[in-house]
Design a protein. Sequence first.
Length: 401
Amino acid sequence: MNPFISLCMIVKNEERFLGQCLKSVRRVVNEMIVVDTGSTDNTMKIAQEYGARVYQHPWEGDFSKARNLSLKYATGDWIFILDADEELAQEDIPIVTRCIRKTDVDAYLFSNINFTPNGTCHHRNIRLFRKGKVHYRGIVHNNPVLDGVASVAPIRIYHHGYNLSPEEMTRKYKRSEALLLKQVKAEPQNTYARANLVRNYRLQRDYQKVIAEAEKALVSDNINLFDKQMILNDLAYARFITGDLKKAKQASLEGLAGNPCHLDFLFILGGVMVKMKKHRQAIEYFNKYLEMRGSGEETPGLEGLLIDTYGYQGKAWNNIGNSYRELGNPDAAIKAFERALEIDGQEPIYFKNLAGLYLQKGLIKLAFKVLKKAMESGIADDSIKKTFARMEMMSACEIAT
């Protein structure tokens, strides 16, 4: 007989996503516990339709307090944690069943695939654990505290909450910022809270605040490697975006010294080298990024780190192609652009780059084929449409003569 699994959730006005979330786990959990902190929409009705036990509690400005409260209502041997804007990959359900049969593991980290307007980012955290082995702390990004042994499981959670409208995301970021500022003021030595505040400013694209808060946090005597990696990542990115390439390189190299496989630092360094016109070094960094991405060793020992460039393989190949083109090696550039398109056929720039090089080498039919594919895919921009129209006209004229 399999152990009993309790799904534990905290919700508020989640009618948009809640149904698909509960549907994704109903075949794997034995009970659903939903703590509602003040919904005014159909959230509670949807939860009850899926057989969830719903408990109403007022919102007290503390995510961990609400999360811990949900755990108290659970009667299962194992706790499964999901947010309403997430769903379990259906192909991974059998793995969950295998996990809870093991006797030497108390908690499992799952892979969180976050969908954003810029692609996907990735991190791992504890989502399945034995009852009584985990509690949460932190008023914003409720951090699981484990008393026991953890293991990584190849189970995917899809997160849709970062792919909302700009207005919805702004409200979300501002709400989190206010809570994080409150936490940092109450706990000035809490570098995890500071790291999340730095990330919040990055998400709001307030890069000067990213830099100021990051530099303030990095001088702390009690900063651990995990928090330092988080902060250096956002600092390096902010330096890159604001054009301070020397300091972006410095922050990235410091990050790699603590974690040589970190994808984001490798990708940023590739970008820095491109801007500095050091294209051979750029190619080396992007190739290293692709090697680490393919190996799955992007954060060894630091599994909870957020990886922003997790879905950037196509961009890496495109950047490699651009660098080879600048180095006067069109054949290598073509191969790189072809790889970019194999990975991601939804980026117009990849089609333009490949078609442009085909035209440069006089490969008219191949260029036409690439542009036609972009047209048929429905992702052609004005530049592709104009070039394609000219080539069609030229082709028609050749036939006529």
